[in-house]
Design a protein around this ligand. Structure first.
Ligand SMILES: [Zn+2]
Length: 256
């Protein structure tokens, strides 16, 4: 019988906590991928109440947020991670990451990683300013690269790709004084040749939107993530996604 431990006002939160099993394989790491956290009807926009529910669940299940650097150390140097690690990432660098997601994450003690399109920050209204990015960085968030102008890399020349990678890294260094050692492929598209260019540009690792958990067998230049979209029932989908991953992984259905 399902027992609802914590009745919630929100309709979507009626999913009984007792029915949920989360991934507990210590050898894998869940990397969540959000874009926007805002109340609007777009698939990339997760409503605030849903986002808060996700953070609340992660907190209740004992997850600890980690940084891309910690994930890298786990994969490459065999470092240990907290028992239930989660890397919470956001793509593009939207303003709502600062205004909406950040206060909620702070409330639950989580840190995030934001892959910013460096040519868009402080230029377009719906993107963060560099001051906002700085505040996040000063408070434990990782600000990483999502290239300079968000060109799909499979449609760009080698020269263009290298320029996008270098320019974004340099901009983050200039604006924030930090080294962006990781990047996320714009639109998720990449191939092995592009991964090589990323490595040559000095990045330690790169994130895709390949749907799976990260393990020590993962390619550091093609790291898996679990995309979280706004759907008819974002919270149910969220639970299903984090719940079934270990099974899909176990049976080799989602591993290349
Ligand atoms: Zn993007």
């Amino acid at each position: 019988m399902a027992v609802q431990l914590q009745p919630e006002k929100q309709e979507a939160a009626a999913m009984p906590v007792a029915q949920v099993t989360v991934q507990d394989d210590p050898r894998t790491v869940m990397v969540l991928n959000y874009h926007k956290v805002v109340d609007e009807h777009m698939s990339l926009s997760v409503p605030l109440a849903d986002f808060e529910q996700h953070m609340k669940w992660l907190k209740e299940y004992g997850y600890t947020s980690i940084t891309p650097e910690e994930l890298y150390e786990f994969i490459v140097n065999g470092s240990e991670l907290p028992e239930k690690p989660v890397l919470i990432t956001f793509d593009d660098g939207y303003k709502d990451n600062y205004t909406n997601a950040y206060p909620i994450m702070k409330k639950y003690g989580f840190k995030g990683t934001i892959f910013v399109v460096t040519g868009f920050l402080g230029v377009y209204d719906n993107y963060m300013t560099w001051e906002q990015a700085k505040e996040l960085a000063d408070n434990g968030f990782s600000i990483e690269s999502h290239t300079y102008s968000h060109k799909s890399m499979t449609e760009a020349s080698d020269e263009e790709i290298s320029k996008e990678l270098t320019k974004s890294r340099d901009t983050i260094k200039n604006k924030l004084g930090i080294d962006a050692d990781f990047m996320a492929y714009p639109t998720g598209t990449y191939n092995l040749h592009i991964a090589e260019l990323v490595q040559k540009a000095g990045y330690k690792g790169a994130f895709t939107i390949k749907y799976d958990n990260v393990s020590r067998e993962s390619n550091v230049y093609a790291l898996e993530r679990v995309p979280i979209f706004h759907t008819e029932n974002t919270n149910k989908d969220f639970l299903e996604r984090i719940q079934y991953l270990p099974l899909l992984y176990k049976y080799g259905w989602v591993k290349n």
